[in-house]
Design a protein around this ligand. Structure first.
Ligand code: A2P
Length: 288
């Protein structure tokens, strides 16, 4: 159980404030939880993952993002950035997948965290990379570049993905093979998941591509889609997305989501939101 210090209670107990002070001092609820780092895994010199404890009152939907940060040193303001939660909504711990930027205000420091350190967690998770923002369909395509894979770790572990869709395709695009983080998880580990293992075996497909070194599949998703290669590789009928049956989620750099959004719109796909579910949704992955 975590303990927190209530300045008013301390003041009353030790009588360090006058009655007037006590009345004038409103206790401001912190906008952040202070959570403990449970583990850290470094994939490459550009990528790492970590997990923190989950406060009991923290509720979110699989695929949402939340502010993550480090406490400010010597009275400085904390630095925070948006991160997709890589854990599904029911998980006991909260996992995140991050880049490391040498001079990034947060990630230059965050990459140094170790088990037991304190990380700030925002209290208001939100976002559009959620199944609720999509209309029903048969095939769900989850396209992520770099750390844009993070929300798919949540969505692909959520039983709703398999009850709402017949097939789920996790498509990860990276520059180098070493950046195919979670490759083992999507090709094997998820099959042992107690909640979705059987569904994943039957319905989940993993489609990695690498752009800057030789690999079994190469090229950007935009090119693989435009050439029809992606549909042939996956053994799908036709060489376009079908707005009646296909649903798409996009997460990656600004350029990636812009180009992919424009491309899938040429296939007749309409962007959705929490208020109005559609054929595809997008969100920019965290940078810096
Ligand atoms: P490329 O190597 O050809 O730039 P990044 O680490 O820069 O976010 O890139 C991750 C992956 O996304 C890389 O394979 C990169 O390909 C690809 N990518 C970057 N921008 C786009 C885009 N606008 N459209 C499609 N793929 C992109």
């Amino acid at each position: 159980m975590r303990t927190s210090i209530d300045p008013l209670r301390v003041a009353r107990k030790f009588n360090t404030m006058s009655t007037a002070d006590l009345q004038a001092a409103p206790v401001k609820a912190s906008p952040f939880f202070e959570e403990k780092v449970l583990w850290v895994k470094h994939w490459t010199d550009r990528l790492f993952s970590f997990a923190i404890t989950r406060p009991e009152s923290f509720r979110f939907r699989s695929g949402e993002f939340v502010m993550i940060g480090l406490p400010g040193v010597d009275g400085a303001k904390p630095i925070l950035r948006a991160y997709s939660v890589a854990s599904p909504s029911w998980a006991e711990e909260l996992e995140f997948f991050s880049i490391k930027v040498e001079d990034g205000p947060l990630t230059s420091k965050l990459q140094l965290i170790q088990e037991g350190d304190t990380v700030l967690l925002g209290k208001k998770p939100t976002g559009t990379l959620v199944l609720d923002a999509l209309k029903g369909g048969k095939r769900l395509f989850l396209f992520g570049t770099g750390t844009g894979l993070a929300p798919w770790l949540a969505v692909a572990r959520d039983p709703d993905a398999y009850s709402r869709f017949e097939q789920v395709y996790v498509c990860h695009g990276v520059r180098e093979i070493a950046e195919l983080a979670y490759r083992d998880f999507f090709t094997a580990g998820i099959h042992d998941d107690p909640l979705v293992g059987d569904e994943a075996k039957a319905q989940l497909h993993y489609y990695p591509t690498v752009t800057r070194e030789p690999f079994e599949r190469q090229g950007r998703f935009t090119d693989l889609i435009a050439s029809g290669q992606l549909f042939r590789d996956l053994g799908l009928d036709g060489e376009k997305f079908n707005p009646d049956e296909d649903r798409i989620m996009l997460c990656g750099s600004m350029d990636f989501i812009k180009d992919m959004g424009a491309l899938v719109e040429t296939h007749g796909m309409v962007e959705g939101s929490n208020a109005e579910p559609g054929d595809y949704v997008l969100e920019r992955a965290f940078v810096g």
